[in-house]
Design a protein around this ligand. Structure first.
Ligand code: URA
Length: 438
């Protein structure tokens, strides 16, 4: 079908066949469709939506628009598994989960992204480690996935190229917030990694990508359904992002937190709980545990024995980072020269927290980007962020700012004080893991 006829059909609310969707996506990848046609198609889909069958076809066509990783030749002894998150603040799950699942027998070829808006990016965090390369050659990537069981790297131009162009057009045509487009975009990239199973972490709350709890649930349900129909069994967890997941946000500070969890220094907290639950789902999906209880027992043993930390160290060294990061983290990870505590203005309870504003404060400190090509300062960020419901007395620390300059620290302090609400009555923190959708 001519592109303009397909766009007309969607504009008028008619369903597109899988064949037509395949032609459109191929035209987006190879330049056969003009930018105007890509924008018009995105708007037609935004306004008219897509049926589940159309969304599956869109996802499969996006996946197949470039290279699809094939692990068959490597004779891997375990399943190929991955996790994807809709992103958040203090969400360093990937850094802990990848090596942890690898230590349990999974193989995790994790293609991650950079910070977007107020959310942090796994690649920016890993680049806080001196020497770590997020763009290794294919042979190194495959060797690490086989031998260390995990490699976290950046997207190459060969993976789902149709999404790269479509996303760039959506970004400037007010068509990002479309369920079928979001689902095909996320899954098209992930399913191109040749996975046996995928686990999704869909965030809910003031720091989440989706604007309401209902929209987050709908995304989780649609992703689980579409990915499974496209041949990759997928489970989605709905998890709370109404406060940062870890008590820190930034790049080097989050790598330090990952090391604290992996080495057993930090034995509790929301980050560990969410990571453990997602990892258990991955072991179950990959057939590495008979039931949830067995999965959790295996995970706990592999963390306590130091096996997960060893996998992290092997990945870092294999991608050009220091071979003694675990032993000498303070030597290798950068620190910011200005440190300032944000103190509670009065007695009470931490009643509410604008997670998005905290993420933006990190961006303003230089830990994220204002423009796509901006450099990121790995050293800046926040630590010691108080949890929702914490009882505080006036003057108690609510967070610690790590800044490059005094003026940056002062601005961040004002932003944080506006984002943290102290109430008179005790409050309960929201449920962390709200649902599991299979
Ligand atoms: N993340 C993606 O990769 N694509 C979207 O459309 C939205 C979030």
């Amino acid at each position: 079908m001519l592109p303009q006829e397909a766009i007309r059909a969607k504009r008028d609310g008619r369903a597109l066949s899988a064949e037509t969707i395949g032609e459109l996506i191929a035209g987006i990848a190879d330049g056969g469709l003009s930018d105007a046609q890509v924008g018009a198609l995105a708007m037609a889909i935004y306004l008219q939506g897509m049926s589940p069958a159309e969304t599956v076809a869109l996802t499969e066509a996006t996946r197949d628009s470039g290279e699809v990783l094939d692990w068959a030749g490597l004779d891997l002894p375990g399943p190929v598994l991955d996790k994807h998150s809709t992103g958040g603040v203090g969400d360093l799950v990937s850094l802990v989960l990848g090596p942890w699942v690898a230590a349990c027998g999974g193989h995790v070829p994790m293609i991650s992204g950079r910070g977007l808006g107020h959310t942090g990016g796994t690649l920016d965090k890993l680049e806080a480690i001196p020497g770590y390369s997020v763009t290794p050659d294919t042979a190194t990537f495959r060797r690490l996935v086989k031998e260390a069981g995990v490699a976290i790297i950046g997207q190459t131009g060969r993976l789902a190229p149709a999404d790269k162009r479509l996303y760039a057009v959506r970004d400037v045509t007010a068509t990002v917030e479309s369920l079928p487009l979001i689902v095909a975009s996320i899954l098209g990239k992930k399913l191109a990694c040749g996975l046996d199973a995928l686990v999704m972490d869909v965030k809910v709350g003031s720091g989440a990508f989706m604007p309401t709890p209902e929209a987050s649930r709908q995304l989780a349900e649609t992703i689980a359904e579409v990915a499974s129909l496209a041949g990759t069994p997928t489970t989605a967890l709905l998890t709370d992002m109404s406060q940062p997941l870890a008590p820190c946000a930034g790049n080097a500070v989050e790598v330090r937190e990952a090391l604290a969890v992996l080495t057993g220094e930090r034995r509790d907290g929301r980050l560990l709980e969410v990571t453990r639950s997602l990892a258990a789902e991955m072991l179950l999906a990959g057939g590495l545990a008979a039931d949830r209880e067995a999965a959790l027992a295996r995970l706990d043993e592999r963390l306590t024995s130091g096996a997960a930390a060893e996998r992290f160290a092997a990945m870092v060294a294999g991608l050009g980072g220091p071979s003694d990061l675990l032993e000498r983290a303070d030597h290798h990870l950068p620190t910011a020269p200005r440190v300032r505590e944000v103190r509670a203005p009065r007695d009470g309870y931490l009643a509410a927290l604008d997670t998005r504003a905290l993420g933006l404060a990190v961006v303003e400190l230089g830990g994220g980007r204002r423009a796509p090509d901006d450099p990121v300062d790995p050293a800046v960020g926040l630590t010691g962020i108080a949890a929702l419901g914490t009882a505080v007395s006036a003057g108690d620390p609510l967070a610690v700012i790590h800044a490059r300059r005094e003026g940056d620290a002062e601005r961040a302090e004002r932003r944080l004080l506006a984002a943290l609400e102290i109430g008179a009555a005790p409050v309960a923190a929201p449920t962390l893991i709200q649902d599991t959708i299979r």
